[in-house]
Design a protein around this ligand. Structure first.
Ligand code: ADP
Length: 228
């Protein structure tokens, strides 16, 4: 199975991705997580990356594409497929992705697109808290941890992402509308786009994904499937 998760910030890509990853043996590539890890490790690119993320702007294509290329080229093969989450985010990344996949003799099966309404997006993002240790995602009201500020799974401390503030969210939404939303058409034309209602609760949405994926087993390992 080779899929891309698309949708505006707060549509639930990360939450659904965690469940999909548990259900299927997939290489999960979240560009946001990779970038935050670069910052945490204080890598040579950390400062530059941080300045983009904190403004809600896109990190330059060449930086991000190189990271995705490395992951797909090196890490693929040990799993049944991959799930890209947060990439591609603009037209040039979509084309770069096609080039990378061609290079490794692969292709996309489906682009699973989540649409969500703005008030819900804003409340999800502003209430989001993440475990510093294991990355588990909580929400202050929808999915609070048992003990305040502490991860249920690993007891790690919870934090709020520095770009989950009102000002940056506005920029992220506007970048989504101007740069990311147009690529939906790119995938629609290829017959790969499938849209889901991201307003639904994570588990309900996940079950819809599973149903769709099970009914559309065109992700056979040896088959370069596409929707027509
Ligand atoms: P969200 O989908 O909620 O915006 P992500 O974790 O996917 O969260 O992304 C956080 C930030 O990381 C983005 O606002 C952007 O600055 C950067 N980023 C993530 N993926 C990409 C990408 N494919 N291209 C450029 N920048 C990216």
């Amino acid at each position: 199975m080779r899929i891309v998760l698309l949708g505006p910030p707060g549509a639930g890509k990360g939450s659904v991705a965690a469940l999909i990853k548990d259900r299927y043996a997939l290489l999960h590539i979240s560009t946001g997580d990779i970038l935050r890890e670069e910052i945490r490790k204080e890598s040579p690119l950390a400062k530059e990356i941080k300045s983009y993320i904190e403004r809600g702007a896109l990190v330059p294509d060449e930086v991000i594409t190189k990271m995705v290329d490395q992951k797909l080229t090196k890490d693929l093969g040990v799993t049944e497929g991959f799930m890209l989450d947060g990439y591609p985010r603009n037209d040039s990344q979509a084309k770069e992705l096609d080039a990378i996949l061609k290079k490794i003799d692969s292709s996309l099966d489906f682009v699973l697109n989540m649409e969500a309404s703005l008030p819900l997006i804003l409340s999800r993002i502003s209430g989001r808290r993440i475990c510093k240790k294991c990355g588990a995602v909580y929400h202050m009201t929808n999915k609070p941890p048992k003990a305040a500020g502490v991860c249920d799974a690993c007891s790690g401390p919870l934090y709020q992402r520095s770009d989950d503030n009102e000002e940056t969210i506005k920029n992220r939404m506007s970048v989504y509308n101007s740069s990311t939303a147009p690529i939906l058409e790119y995938y629609r034309k290829q017959g790969k786009l499938v849209t889901f209602d991201g307003d639904k609760e994570t588990n309900v949405l996940f079950e819809e994904f599973v149903k769709f994926l099970n009914e559309n087993k065109r992700f056979n390992k040896n088959q370069n499937a596409s929707r027509n």
